[in-house]
Design a binder for this molecule. Sequence first.
Ligand SMILES: NC(=O)c1ccc[n+]([C@@H]2O[C@H](COP(=O)([O-])OP(=O)(O)OC[C@H]3O[C@@H](n4cnc5c(N)ncnc54)[C@H](OP(=O)(O)O)[C@@H]3O)[C@@H](O)[C@H]2O)c1
Length: 254
Amino acid sequence: MGMLTGKIAVVTGASRGIGRGIALRLARDGAFVVVHYGRRRHEAEGVVSEIQQHGGAAVAIGADLSTIDGIHQLYSELDIALRELRGDYRFDILVNNAGIGQILTMEEATVDSFDEVMNMNVKGPFFVTQRALPRLRDGGRIINISSFVTRVASPSVFTYSMSKGAIDVFTRALAEELGNRSITVNAIQPGIINTEMNAGTLQHQDGQQYAAGLSTFNRWGEPEDIADIAAFLASNDSRWVTGQCIDASGGSRL
Ligand SMILES: NC(=O)c1ccc[n+]([C@@H]2O[C@H](COP(=O)([O-])OP(=O)(O)OC[C@H]3O[C@@H](n4cnc5c(N)ncnc54)[C@H](OP(=O)(O)O)[C@@H]3O)[C@@H](O)[C@H]2O)c1
């Protein structure tokens, strides 16, 4: 029996990267996993197959989380799928992982680019969570994926950093709000992780050196480095930890 046997986890943006890593890990711990995706249905179904091959259970659901219509669609499909597969629409763990990067300086940012990153990285998780609350069981878990750029000043990703700063604040306020339901709310702040978001940086030797050099361990992170922390935060072992933003940058810029 895994630590999460009997639990249902919804992981947004689980078709690839960090979300995929978290989905695989939570499934390995016994959770039934909803593998949410944006556009990449095929990849999300691949994650579901991988989970099933290892004896786990999962379902893929697609929705554009940068719009309110898309969030509405996520929950109409989720309610139907969970009722059908699990006999109840409620779930236990929400991982707000889906997000976009945006490499723009203060000068380069436009009104449209600003709206784009805020819609996806702030408005999206806020309303996904608001609508999760009546569905989330007491004693549940909310895990938000922030970034170490909320601690380490990074003017090359100005608006992105601001969007993640909002997630840190959201995490603390929501933890206070949900304490009476024994729901914990925490954020993970990854450093540089080997995903498509960093494909541009990690394809050049200079970028690789920069990425590895940031961490005191002299390497960049892999999705599993984050997934293992998410597994702790999803488990009963983390029950006394809430409202925290946990640095997961391999000791970058200590
Ligand atoms: N990589 C890093 O170094 C790093 C560092 C710190 C924080 N983070 C954060 O970690 C999270 C995951 O990052 P990642 O590197 O794994 O990213 P990634 O590989 O680019 O994957 C992004 C995921 O988000 C989904 N997504 C993107 N736009 C969407 C939309 N409009 N609607 C619904 N889903 C959408 C994608 O779905 P589809 O592919 O199906 O469209 C995909 O599953 C993000 O919040 C990111 O800001 C990443």
